[in-house]
Design a protein around this ligand. Structure first.
Ligand SMILES: Nc1nc2c(ncn2[C@@H]2O[C@H](COP(=O)(O)OP(=O)(O)OP(=O)(O)O)[C@@H](O)[C@H]2O)c(=O)[nH]1
Ligand SMILES: C[S@@+](CC[C@H](N)C(=O)[O-])C[C@H]1O[C@@H](n2cnc3c(N)ncnc32)[C@H](O)[C@@H]1O
Ligand code: SF4
Ligand code: SF4
Length: 367
């Protein structure tokens, strides 16, 4: 690994400087966590309006000049991978498939980093026509969001009638070899929670890993309440009549999803794996490995950060020299050093009295 050379001097807050990792070429924080998983938002735009994420009328999209260009993305990833210990890359958004240069970005990433795992999280709209090109460009694997197999429920949740497009996209991704395919579903009380077991059955039959996600307070409508949340415990209860879950023995390794082996009640035959991402009731912040960059080039050290650190201006002002790259790396390290302990605070507690929802909503952060 080439270290990023240049002025990697970490300007840590005085009170914390005793633990500052001077010149350490990694994205470490005050709590000893090391971010090796880079999540990069390619765009704030989206063609769905999921109720738990976007307002019905969409948001004011960023103008093109405010969004990271393909060249800036490649430079940032190079700095992260070659200099700061990034070991895997997730492309997300907004909806990453709406970016016209997506295939070119992936090809550029693959050419620069032949062994880097590069995955994509998408709503699947338009995937049917792009899956093979994404695979050919070097995409490693894909996660597709799908909250319901019922067309009406899908349309109610996403405010768009596009279930068929998503299903066709998943089929195409499977055929193109973009597996193991993971399916993300947010459960909403009284809307799609009654379809949880059917969704699991569908995913198991096709060999996909379904993950149920607890809804987080990152919606534009600010309608989230802790009381209305479908919790991990409830999800396990919803599945119990039809499926038996047991702990997956594989190391979780800081992943948001707690994995379970799935069997029919009383049977020893393994049907597949289920994940539950319980950010609210069973948080996993102590092992967090993530560093996030928004589509406009800001570091969000935590999904719930209310402080953002801009890298775009540096990308546009610093020369592409070891010193210039080093200045960008140093700013990124500073941002990560200040990462909150959990949920954007010094303790876990989404929905607690002292929890303040970030101004950005999920799609604008890069979920
Ligand atoms: N609280 C919290 N939730 C996260 C974080 N990263 C991902 N999630 C949640 O996990 C969901 C699924 O994320 P994906 O983009 O599919 O990726 P992943 O589960 O991290 O990754 P893989 O299992 O490696 O495919 C996101 O929509 C979020 O709801 C995180 O850092 N903090
Ligand atoms: C923000 S989206 C971006 C990528 C793509 N548009 C998609 O939907 O997969 C990434 C993931 O965040 C999830 N998500 C969005 N808002 C959420 C919320 N308030 N709570 C939990 N997960 C959320 C979505 O279900 C999706 O799986
Ligand atoms: S969850 Fe994804 S698909 Fe749904 S509105 Fe948000 S960004 Fe768009
Ligand atoms: S809430 Fe913040 S600290 Fe916790 S897992 Fe997510 S990004 Fe990491």
């Amino acid at each position: 690994m080439n270290a990023v050379s240049g002025p990697v001097t970490l300007g840590m807050p005085g009170a914390l400087s005793g633990a500052a990792p001077e010149n350490s070429a990694a994205l470490v924080d005050r709590f000893g966590r090391r971010a090796t998983d880079m999540r990069l938002s390619l765009t704030d735009k989206c063609n769905l309006r999921c109720t738990y994420c976007m307002p019905a009328d969409g948001l004011d999209w960023l103008s093109k000049d405010k969004v990271l260009t393909a060249a800036e993305i490649l430079r940032l990833v190079r700095i992260g991978v070659d200099g700061l210990g990034v070991r895997e890359l997730r492309l997300t958004g907004g909806e990453p498939l709406v970016r016209a240069d997506l295939v070119g970005i992936i090809a550029g990433l693959r050419s620069a980093h032949p062994l880097l795992p590069v995955s994509l999280t998408t709503n699947g709209i338009g995937l049917a026509g792009k899956a093979q090109a994404l695979k050919d460009a070097g995409l490693t694997r894909i996660n597709v969001s799908l909250d319901s197999l019922c067309a009406e429920t899908f349309a109610q949740l996403t405010r768009r009638p596009f279930l068929d497009k998503v299903l066709a996209g998943i089929d195409a991704a499977d055929a193109a070899g973009l597996g193991p395919i993971k399916i993300n579903a947010v459960l909403m009380r009284g809307i799609n929670d009654d379809g949880a077991a059917d969704l699991l059955d569908w995913a198991l039959t096709r060999g996909y890993e379904l993950r149920f996600i607890e809804q987080m307070p990152l919606d534009a409508d600010r309608g989230w309440t802790r009381d209305n949340l479908v919790t991990a415990e409830e999800i396990r209860g919803l599945l119990a009549p039809r499926f038996e879950l047991s702990a997956d023995p594989r190391d979780r390794d800081g992943a948001p999803a707690e994995r379970y082996e799935v069997r029919l009640p009383g049977s020893s035959a393994l049907l597949g794996t289920l994940g539950i991402i319980a950010s609210v009731t069973e948080p996993f912040c102590a092992d967090c490995k993530r560093t996030r960059i928004t589509a406009e080039g800001k570091v969000m050290s935590c999904l719930f950060s209310r402080t953002e650190v801009d890298l775009l201006a540096l990308l546009r002002s610093e020369p592409q020299t070891p010193a210039g790259d080093g200045a960008i790396a140093a700013r990124w390290q500073e941002a990560m050093w200040a990462k909150p302990k959990a949920h954007g605070m010094d303790h876990t507690g989404l929905g607690d009295a002292d929890y303040v929802q970030p101004e950005r909503t999920m799609s604008a952060i890069g979920g």
